[in-house]
Design a protein around this ligand. Structure first.
Ligand code: UDP
Length: 243
């Protein structure tokens, strides 16, 4: 076990990490692939907490635009989607011999523990992977905010945001082919640039609690281990740009 042992990290996995590009739901191969990647970092001895998104099932904002229901209900549906994902991730991690606990912000005690901060920390100290489900339990925010919140609560050293893009760009690379990827930037650069890759609330919370954030592409094999080892992958958002 190397110098990473006992480092406490929060890894946010977006729902898109569990399905193939441009699809929805859960894909068996993608799920296995991501679990195998997670195993590589568990093997490093880090204390690992996962926050699982739900965008592969329901995003509240998008659903409320499609069907005529109150936005708050659509967001609750999104939060329930994260619980479905968390149970899938739990099962596949356990099948790889990794001990896990799911803690949900929405009470579903037949399938998961309720979120209890001190209990979550105890699980981490015992070497269990804690999977935070149900988002924050409140509508109108996303699981990025949940990840920042949980990272702040459990005193995480760093927040990794695993997503389908390979970092933070100066503009949306789909519509701006000349957009450049930042290797690193400050929280204030992110906030001033009104960048969309992560919630503003999440970044502000990380800034206040001095938690560095790394945004990286989860679809590239080996990235998870690289990022946890501190290699330059994706974009680092922190207090100082030149660290
Ligand atoms: N959500 C919410 N409150 C939370 C977390 C999530 O209302 O604290 C809802 C929100 O509608 C969000 C959906 O759950 O769009 C799924 O989460 P998210 O979009 O963060 O998933 P990801 O894009 O990471 O897969």
């Amino acid at each position: 076990m190397g110098k990473l042992a006992r480092k406490r990290v929060v890894l946010k996995i977006s729902g898109e990490g569990l399905c193939r590009p441009e699809t929805t739901g859960i894909d068996a191969e993608e799920l296995q692939r991501i679990a195998a990647e997670i195993r590589t970092i568990v093997d490093q001895g880090v204390q690992l907490a996962l926050v699982v998104g739900g965008g592969n099932i329901v995003r509240g904002n998008e659903l409320a635009q499609k069907i005529d229901i109150p936005a708050a209900s659509a967001h609750y549906m999104g939060m329930l989607g994260t619980i479905i994902n968390a149970l899938a991730v739990q099962e596949v991690l356990e099948s790889l011999g990794i001990e896990t606990r799911v803690q949900s912000a929405i009470s579903v005690t037949s399938v998961a523990e309720n979120f209890v901060r001190r209990r979550a920390i105890r699980h981490l100290e015992k070497g269990r992977v804690v999977i935070f489900a149900g988002g924050t339990g409140n509508p109108f925010v996303t699981t990025d905010t949940c990840a920042a919140l949980r990272a702040s609560e459990i005193g995480a050293d760093v927040l990794f945001k695993a997503t389908k893009v390979d970092g933070i760009y100066s503009a949306d690379p789909k519509t701006h082919p000349d957009a450049v990827r930042h290797d690193q930037m400050t929280y204030n650069d992110f906030i001033d640039g009104r960048l969309k890759v992560m919630d503003l609330t999440a970044i502000v919370m990380c800034q206040e609690n001095r938690i560095p954030v790394v945004v990286f592409n989860v679809k590239q094999a080996g990235n998870m281990l690289r990022v946890v080892r501190g290699e330059r992958v994706g974009t680092l958002v922190s207090e100082q740009a030149n660290v």
